[in-house]
Write a new protein. Structure first.
Length: 133
């Protein structure tokens, strides 16, 4: 058996021995073609429906985490729920759908990329790392 060493940041003190799973997020293809002017209202409806589906899923995940691990551990999902109401994300995505006639997914992806770029420029290391959030 070949020994491999990985470097990273530990989530807890101590030594761990076992199989390793490497997380590599898959690239998601997002339609970039502008929508027709008459499709803007429907695209805004799609955006809001997706936000509500996300809210339902996050709320369910939060409830499951609270049941398994406790309320304090489940609180991480509260930040995710707050993002769904954030005008910097949702409001700007709506603006892009209206002004740039982007499909909802492309508007959200572009807005999220802009927000991540802003976080990457923050001097505070802790806040800078929140760009992945």
């Amino acid at each position: 058996m070949t020994e491999r060493r990985l470097r990273g940041t530990g989530a807890a003190p101590g030594v761990a021995i076992g199989p390793v799973a490497r997380y590599a997020p898959a690239a998601v293809a997002v339609e970039q073609q502008p929508i027709a002017p008459e499709a803007v209202a429907a695209e805004l409806t799609r955006l809001h429906a997706a936000v509500e589906r996300a809210r339902e899923r996050i709320t369910a995940a939060r409830a499951a985490a609270a049941a398994r691990a406790g309320e304090a551990e489940a609180a991480i999902f509260d930040a995710h729920l707050l993002m769904l109401d954030d005008p910097a994300l949702i409001g700007e995505s709506e603006r892009r759908i209206r002004a740039e006639r982007l499909p909802a997914a492309a508007a959200v992806a572009a807005t999220a990329a802009d927000l991540a770029a802003l976080f990457a420029e923050i001097e505070d290391a802790y806040l800078r790392e929140r760009k992945a959030d």
